[in-house]
Structure formats: structure tokens, C-alpha cells
Design a binder for this molecule. Structure first.
Ligand code: C5P
Length: 329
């Protein structure tokens, strides 16, 4: 952590998520959509470092305090929401109010201050839960830093207040979700799968895609069984055929070029290709890492960024260590 003078910090590496199956069952009374979705983490990570500064000799239990300054520093601000909309700060506030830290000031006055350094690699507003992953990393890190002592269930409850994808990002791995996307059950996945992640230059807002779904689509009854069987039997060909996303019609109505790009991925040899979450990121499944590298080279020119990844990628990974210092990452 630069410029703060801390020797020791907590560091969390947190993976992006993809939806292997996303079924939209309809619009709910609370304005959200009822979902059945199978999610998995992929090896594309953001990293977050947190540390506590303050007057020496006042190191009593951080969660017993009422006031706390909080400062978020990001390595690349391009495309990130304004601080008040930022999911990292929303997560910090939600955890703070859960443990009685009711006055989290974003500009630190005197007294203790939590500093958060965020390094972004997951595409912003790309349908890969980048903001939700950062929020999950914040919850995991601050739970430790502030000694809140919430268990995973407690963290998932706070996570659901922050966003629909955040509870999954707290756990990672492979899971099936229902409701708003926050009721989770872990799913068996044998082995790993190779993906080419194709990012578009212009992001899509999730709420806009769901509004387009209201106009273009009807509730579907497609079930995720084929995806679950393919994950259990480590069968990339079956998984490629089973990939499904009910938000595609809506996203393709907003961005017709995505439909062509998805077809081009299949023509270029993908076992399956699907929109990731609400898009605009597209995912192409390949038989193995080598096939993914070959496909990535074939389609690189068609996208703003193309990355080879594997899934599943576990969950947030917390370690205590020396600060990054000037030569960070
Ligand atoms: O929960 P989150 O804040 O991440 O959701 C962002 C937006 O996506 C919501 O405001 C809503 O418009 C839409 N959404 C939805 N149904 C869901 C999840 C998200 O309509 N299950």
C-alpha cells in the first residue's frame, strides 16, 4: 500500500464470475427478475488491499468504534462509478452498519481511517460481476480488518444488501442460484473448463438489459439440468451445447453486433458461445487451454480485448502480508 506508511495489510484476490445458464422466470413485485442461474468463477482477478491507519496507541477493537474515515484508491478510474455508487464503499457501509460502525466518513477527519487500494482487471460493466467481486472482496477483507467476526452466512446476508451477484462472489466456485440470484446452493464440478473471454469496448448497464428483457422477452421454462450434468461429467462438448442465457435476446436487441460476434465465435471453432450475464462480454468454450489459445488468436481482431481463462477459480483469497510499497504489482 503506497504513501500510507503501513507495514502490514490484508490483501484479497477475487475472481470474476460467468453464467453458464441464466433462465429468467419473470418480473417480481419488487422490480427484480426471478432467476435460475448456474454461476462459476473464472481465472480473471481484481485485487484489493486494506489497511488501518490512525493515532498510535488507540488500537482497540475497530468494530467497537462509531466513527471511521474511509478512503478508496483505484489504480485506473476509467469507467468506474462515482464514489457514492461504488460497490466497494457500499459494501464497507453495509458491513459497518451491521457491526455498529454507523459513521463511515469518506473524507477522513482525525482518528482511525481505513484505506482500500483496488486494482482492476475484470472488465467494468461487462457482465462478469466485476463490481460485485470487488464488493465481496471488501466484505471479506474488512470483516477481518475490523474484527467483525461474521461467518460466511453473515457475510452473505450483508452481501445480498449490496447486490444480487455479491453473495455468490463471497463464496465463489460453482453454484446454482434462484430468487433474485441470492439464494445459493453449491454445485459439483469435476475438472476445469477453458474459455475465451471476449470483451466489448462499450459497457452495458445491467438494469438497461433487464428493461429490454421486459420489452422483448417472455418468461422461459428452460431448465439447467444439461449444464449441471455436463459439469458433473467433466464434458466440455456437452457443456458447450447446454450453455444458455435468456438475457441474450434483450442484449442483442440493444447491440445487434453481439449476435454476429457470438455466431463468429462458433464459426471459429468454439464448442459453445454465450453472453456472460447481462453482457456485453461473450464467452467461448473450448476443449482445452491450447484450443482456447488458438481460438483467441483467430478472433482477437473482432473484440476490444480477448483473454484465455479457466473455470472454476475458487473464491476470494485473503492473505496478510507486507504492503506492496512503491513497486506494487
Ligand atoms: O442487484 P443489483 O443491484 O446488482 O442489480 C442491478 C439491476 O439489475 C437491478 O437494479 C435490476 O434492474 C436488475 N436485476 C433484476 N433482477 C435480478 C438482478 C438484477 O432485474 N435478479
Amino acid at each position: 500500500m503506497r504513501d500510507v506508511g503501513l507495514d502490514s495489510v490484508l490483501r484479497v484476490r477475487v475472481p470474476a464470475k460467468i453464467n453458464l445458464f441464466l433462465g429468467v422466470r419473470g418480473l417480481r413485485a419488487d422490480g427484480y427478475h426471478e432467476l435460475v442461474t448456474v454461476m462459476q468463477t473464472v481465472s480473471l482477478y481484481d485485487a484489493l488491499e486494506v489497511g488501518l491507519t490512525g493515532p498510535p496507541g488507540r488500537g482497540h477493537h475497530p468494530a467497537a468504534r462509531k466513527h471511521m474515515g474511509i478512503e478508496l484508491r483505484v489504480d485506473d478510474l476509467d469507467g468506474l462509478p462515482a464514489p457514492d455508487d461504488n460497490l466497494v464503499l457500499q459494501a464497507a457501509r453495509a458491513l459497518g452498519s451491521r457491526v455498529g460502525l454507523t459513521e463511515l466518513a469518506s473524507v477522513a477527519a482525525e482518528g482511525p481511517r481505513t484505506v482500500i487500494d483496488l486494482s482492476k482487471r475484470i472488465p467494468i460493466a461487462g457482465g462478469m460481476a466485476g463490481g460485485s467481486a470487488d464488493a465481496a472482496a471488501t466484505l471479506v477483507a474488512l470483516n477481518e480488518l475490523w474484527r467483525c467476526e461474521l461467518d460466511r452466512e453473515g457475510l452473505k446476508e450483508v452481501a445480498a444488501e449490496v447486490g444480487s451477484d455479491v453473495p455468490f462472489c463471497v463464496i465463489g466456485g460453482t453454484a446454482i442460484a434462484t430468487g433474485r440470484g441470492t439464494s445459493l446452493a453449491q454445485v459439483l464440478c469435476r475438472g476445469s473448463f477453458s474459455w475465451v473471454v471476449c470483451t466489448a469496448g462499450t459497457p452495458l448497464q445491467t438494469a438497461e438489459v433487464y428493461r429490454a428483457w421486459d420489452r422483448t422477452s417472455r418468461p422461459s421454462e428452460v431448465e439447467p439440468d444439461a449444464v449441471l450434468t455436463a459439469l458433473r461429467s467433466q464434458d466440455p462438448v456437452a457443456l458447450g451445447a447446454a450453455l444458455h442465457n435468456d438475457l441474450e435476446a434483450a442484449a442483442f436487441a440493444l447491440r445487434p453486433e453481439l449476435a454476429e460476434a457470438r455466431a463468429a465465435l462458433l464459426d471459429a471453432g468454439a464448442l459453445g458461445a454465450v453472453l456472460s450475464g447481462s453482457g456485453p462480454t461473450l464467452l467461448a468454450l473450448c476443449a482445452d487451454p491450447e484450443a482456447a489459445r488458438v481460438l483467441a488468436d483467430r478472433v482477437r481482431a473482432d473484440h476490444s480485448d480477448v483473454v484465455v481463462t479457466r473455470s472454476p477459480a475458487g473464491g476470494p483469497d485473503l492473505e496478510r502480508g507486507p504492503a506492496w510499497g512503491a513497486g506494487r504489482r
